[in-house]
Design a protein around this ligand. Structure first.
Ligand code: ASP
Length: 444
């Protein structure tokens, strides 16, 4: 049987009590041989994350200000954890070393990485495990992505028997300097280790019992997903669902290693498994997600499609104005482009003028405050009537849809609508999908 890589997020290592839960999870299955940790996170709403405090410390030092206050908070937190666990007698020395690094001009990346470094050292000592510094195994390339050589180095370093604890979130660059991934990047370290050791499962332990079919801030008590495919999760997170770090899917996707999202506070719950394929007969749809911050550009011009230069001119103008776009849909005499709204307000006039001058359109419309809602599921392609059903649900609630995109992805249907309707659209679609799944399960 294969080994398991278990990554524990900030809430799972936030204090001694949480770390004891983490320990009992690790000890309950001898296949859990590779443990990746984040820095201690919030213990309660309103609490501070160690990583945020570390960035604050570094910024203050870099400005020549004293960082005593945040440093003291960090120090107290680690000392308390070590004391309560009766572990890592050397913690004071490790903290002093970090203080010296800060005082001699540590980079923001080095400072931030110490959250994971100290946490992993502490946990390794507590568990009697082998501490493996990520700086010795993980290399980041010039785009801050994992350098391919890291997989072989990691596999070699972790090839002996026993239990290993590895800090998440960082590695070194080509010059050997500490470099972090973007925020939430311990997920990437976990995925990298899982691929390197050919793990059977990559477990991602958090404080929720799996991923939900819709945003719980919009939908009351949405259903957790038992299974979801890599493709579905990519689309859902692109559309705004809060899942894993975006770059954490690729390493395990290549090796077809399932990712299991689980709850440290409720280890009895099976959570959500992200895997290559799932049986979607009963539940064709995996989830519904929405995203605001969009705009819509609509141009109508007789014979617009006939001259391809018109369309390319539109995109040149957008690029010149620095306006990013998401999707485009062209019809015989019209073109609709979904834009990122950031800065659109300021650039609107210039954009209108440029398009008016160069294309002389019959109609030009720029809409701000738009949003997109995606219904995502592997079973969508096999159900052509689904889009009509979804539209019917929206129209019954008087939610106008400006644009539909079906077919550019086989596993999602996308609705562009006004931002004020986003919440209502998500809950309407979710309820409709749930009702349909329940009635089909009654008849099977
Ligand atoms: N500690 C880092 C952060 O807060 C990385 C992580 O937790 O994954 O972003």
């Amino acid at each position: 049987m294969g080994d398991i890589v278990s990554k524990f997020g900030g809430s799972s290592v936030a204090d001694a009590r949480q770390i004891r839960k983490t320990e009992s999870i690790i000890r309950s299955d001898p296949r859990r041989r590779y443990v990746v940790v984040s820095a201690p996170g919030k213990r309660a709403p309103g609490d501070e994350k160690i990583t945020d405090l570390l960035y604050a410390c570094q910024a203050m030092s870099a400005r020549g200000e004293s960082c005593d206050k945040p440093f003291q908070t960090i120090r107290d937190r680690y000392l308390r954890i070590a004391r309560e666990l009766g572990a890592a007698a050397e913690i004071e020395g490790w903290l002093e070393e970090f203080r010296r690094q800060l005082d001699s001009g540590a980079s923001a990346d080095l400072a931030a990485s110490r959250g994971e470094y100290l946490c992993a050292r502490l946990l390794a000592d507590y568990l009697g495990a082998d501490f493996v510094d990520a700086a010795g195994i993980i290399r980041l390339d010039d785009n801050d992505s994992v350098d391919e050589s890291s997989y072989a180095t990691t596999a070699r370093r972790l090839s002996s028997p026993g239990l290993f604890v590895i800090p998440g979130f960082y590695g070194v660059d080509s010059k050997g300097e500490i470099k972090t991934f973007s925020r939430g990047g311990s997920d990437i370290t976990g995925a990298l280790v899982a691929r390197a050791v050919h793990a059977e499962v990559y477990e991602n332990w958090t404080d929720v019992s799996g991923l939900l079919m819709a945003d719980p801030q919009i939908v009351e008590d949405p259903r957790p997903m038992a299974e979801v495919t890599y493709r579905e999760i990519r689309e859902l997170s692109y559309m705004g669902a809060k899942v894993l770090h975006e770059e954490a899917i690729l390493p395990v996707y290549r090796e077809k290693i399932p990712i299991q999202i689980r709850n440290t506070n409720r280890p009895q719950d099976s959570g959500t498994v992200i895997l290559p394929a799932r049986d979607c007969r009963l539940r064709p749809v995996a989830g519904v997600a929405g995203r605001s911050g969009l705009g819509l550009l609509y141009i109508e011009k007789f014979l617009l499609r006939k001259d391809p230069r018109h369309r390319s001119r539109v995109f040149e103008i957008l690029a010149m104005q620095g306006i990013a776009w998401e999707w485009e849909r062209a019809a015989v005499d019209s073109l609709a482009v979904v834009l990122f709204e950031k800065n659109l307000g300021q650039k609107r006039k210039l954009l209108e003028e440029a398009i008016a001058e160069e294309l002389e359109p019959d109609q030009l419309e720029i809409l701000e405050n738009m949003a997109a809602v995606a219904v995502v599921g592997e079973g969508i392609a096999a159900r052509p009537a689904l889009t009509a059903d979804l539209l019917h649900l929206l129209s019954r609630e008087d939610i106008p849809v400006r644009l539909i995109d079906q077919g550019s992805s086989k596993i999602s249907v996308l609705f562009i609508l006004h931002r004020e309707d986003l919440g209502r659209a998500v809950s309407t679609l979710y309820s409709g999908i749930e009702a349909a799944a329940e009635s089909s399960s009654d008849t099977t």
